[in-house]
Design a protein around this ligand. Sequence first.
Ligand SMILES: O=C(O)CCC(=O)C(=O)O
Ligand SMILES: [Fe+2]
Length: 292
Amino acid sequence: MTALIHDQLTLHPFDGALGAEVRGDVAARIDDGLSGADVFTLLDGLRQHQVLVIKEQSMTDAQLLELASYFGPQFVAPDGIPVLGTDEQGAVTVLSNRDEKGVGSRVALPFHTDFQFMPVPLLGAVLHGVEVPPPEAGGDTLWSNMYLALDELPAELREKIEGRRGIGINPYANGIGGAGFTGDNQKYIDDVVPDFPHPLIRTHPETGRQSLYFSMFIYKIEGYEDRPEEEKELLQALRDHVDQDKYYYRHKWNNGDTIIWDNRCTNHKRDDFDQAYDREVHRVQIAGTKPF
Ligand SMILES: O=C(O)CCC(=O)C(=O)O
Ligand SMILES: [Fe+2]
């Protein structure tokens, strides 16, 4: 009997602030069942590098769901609000600029961490490029290292947010949201939605490291209610700080690329792109736990 021998998956960290490439034939192995060693390489790789990149291996939706499920249970957006997708959503969110209902899939996206406005935001996501524009046509996605952003936060800013919680905009709430990337097809929830504040400095549940949990969608900071001017300045200073190029890994997509990211210690944003090209990416979101 010949033993089935194959090389294990390997991690190759990028030079910049975060991210690593996973080499090895992930797609083919998903169907056979990834080995324990391979799954651990992925899980530990995400802990260490925050973003994992698998290059140019086409994957089916079933394979993406399988891959994501090693990291945690799937998060399915509430009925009618499949963020950036359409309201006729299958198990996997399709983000396509050709779908007239996928309004958010044609525009640039500011830096954010997914579902920060919910009581329990997401652990992470798996995003797969089915058909992407050529690299020079835009549509790059960028992830930033929020551990590093906290380490380098000037002391006077850190003092202002230590122990405080931030409140994120719910883009589906009529009153404060209306961020513009929901179509009429997607439901708005009640005018007034409850705030779900989360610590601006959070502790990662697996690494124990602290990171800055702050994105473009944080619009209020607890404790500043009677100091709106100060709050405005503080929000702007935090935005300027976290959105520095040195914190980002920029991904130029090729068809078949798959990215796994940790929403608990990264932000991501997307460049706009030439609408002459199709851009279709498929996403599986992974449920998280309450930030602390
Ligand atoms: O389309 C992209 O590159 C990223 C979209 C995004 O922010 C997400 O899927 O959470
Ligand atoms: Fe996102």
